[in-house]
Write a protein that binds this ligand. Structure first.
Ligand code: FAD
Ligand code: SF4
Length: 325
């Protein structure tokens, strides 16, 4: 690990100022991703700004019936909050499907959204990786790519975004609030994470030193909420394919729904045309039409080809479960 300095910030604005004073500063939340990357010298910040004492550890009601979640709320606290469990079950289940109890006790809302890909080659400094070392190449294209993306890829990178929580938040149309030297702004979660394109080293649309302060959930949409995660082990494993769904069914027919997918792309994957294909159909008929749209342009890279049929099967199972709820 490279040497670094450390500073504890007391306010969001103070954290931004502290980061601005160092060319290569990083915020540290739970540290469960950042410290691993620092030990491998994949991240080499010269200064760490601790954001655990900014007063951002509360979950509050919003006037319209939603929730505003502080960026330092721990994943366990968010998953078990009674309001989240009763009104946003898809989010609670997604969080509890992630990592382990000990990790969830440390991991924070802001850090979870900004955790980095689990592509094997990203974690192996001996191998070329455009995300870690821009211009060096992508080892995964012709390598072992079992966990990597099948949609939204580029010739430069086929990484997936690993967060379960972000997939549920995408289905719920969350908004991410930030502060930076330019002031405060609200970013729809759909616009937070990027596709790799020519710059896979950039995971998000945040500017350098921009701090996440809150995530706001609008009032829950109508329908049954489901999170289904397919993975190599029953727990403590990242998603091969996951689906966060809110599906409104009456008499076996779907009236509307929201579908976001994990494990498929560089960002939580939501295709609104797929949701339009659901309405007015029984679950069994809707699944194929919706999957066609979700997977439009999908391409496997060898060891991850299985994700394409797996996505169809997982969506069919989710819609069938929704119809029976
Ligand atoms: C063995 C293992 C298994 C795991 N399994 C899963 C899984 O199945 N599903 C899943 O979703 N996750 C999984 N994780 C990932 C885990 O959820 C993340 O490590 C965690 O959520 C990151 O949160 P953190 O607070 O520790 O972030 P940190 O490590 O502190 O930070 C991560 C990044 O976010 C930045 N950051 C932190 N807070 C802010 C802020 N407020 N504003 C701006 N930037 C900020 C940091 O600078 C850093 O770049 C696993 C991790 C491990 C180690
Ligand atoms: S897929 Fe992306 S993260 Fe993985 S090796 Fe290629 S460039 Fe690196």
């Amino acid at each position: 690990m490279r040497a670094f300095s450390y500073e504890r910030a007391e306010t969001p604005e103070g954290a931004v100022k502290a980061a601005a004073g160092h060319p290569n500063a990083k915020y540290i939340g739970g540290g469960t991703n950042l410290l691993d990357l620092m030990k491998l010298e994949i991240e080499t910040p010269s200064h760490l700004v601790d954001v655990n004492h900014l007063g951002l550890d509360r979950i509050e009601e919003t006037p319209d019936g939603g929730l505003r979640i502080g960026a330092q709320v721990r994943n366990s606290d968010l998953a078990w909050d009674p309001r989240v469990r009763t009104r946003y079950g898809v989010l609670s289940r997604a969080l509890l499907a992630g990592a382990s109890g000990q990790l969830r006790n440390k991991a924070t809302t802001g850090g979870n959204l900004l955790q980095r890909t689990r592509c094997y080659y990203f974690y192996d400094p001996a191998k070329p990786c455009n995300k870690r070392d821009p211009g060096s190449g992508c080892s995964a294209l012709d390598g072992f790519n079992r966990i990597l993306a099948v949609v939204g890829t580029s010739p430069k990178c086929i990484a997936t975004h690993p967060s379960d929580m972000a997939v549920a938040m995408r289905a719920l149309d969350a908004t991410v609030e930030t502060v930076s030297a330019e002031g405060r702004r609200a970013i729809p979660i759909a616009e937070l994470h990027r596709l790799p394109g020519d710059h896979p080293e950039r995971d998000t649309t945040l500017s350098a030193g921009e701090l996440i302060t809150h995530v706001t959930l609008p009032p829950p949409p109508p329908g049954v909420q489901i999170y289904r995660k397919v993975r190599d082990r029953a727990s403590y494993a990242f998603a091969l394919v996951s689906v966060a769904a809110v599906v409104d069914t009456r008499g076996g027919e779907i009236r509307g729904g929201r579908l976001a997918f994990g494990g498929l792309a560089h960002k939580p994957w939501r295709v609104e045309a797929a949701e339009q294909a659901l309405a007015g159909h029984p679950a069994s008929a809707a699944a194929n039409a919706a999957a066609d749209r979700v997977l439009e342009g999908a391409k496997g890279f060898g060891s991850n080809d299985f994700k394409i049929p797996l996505t169809r099967q997982t969506l069919a199972a989710v819609l069938s479960q929704a119809a029976q709820a």
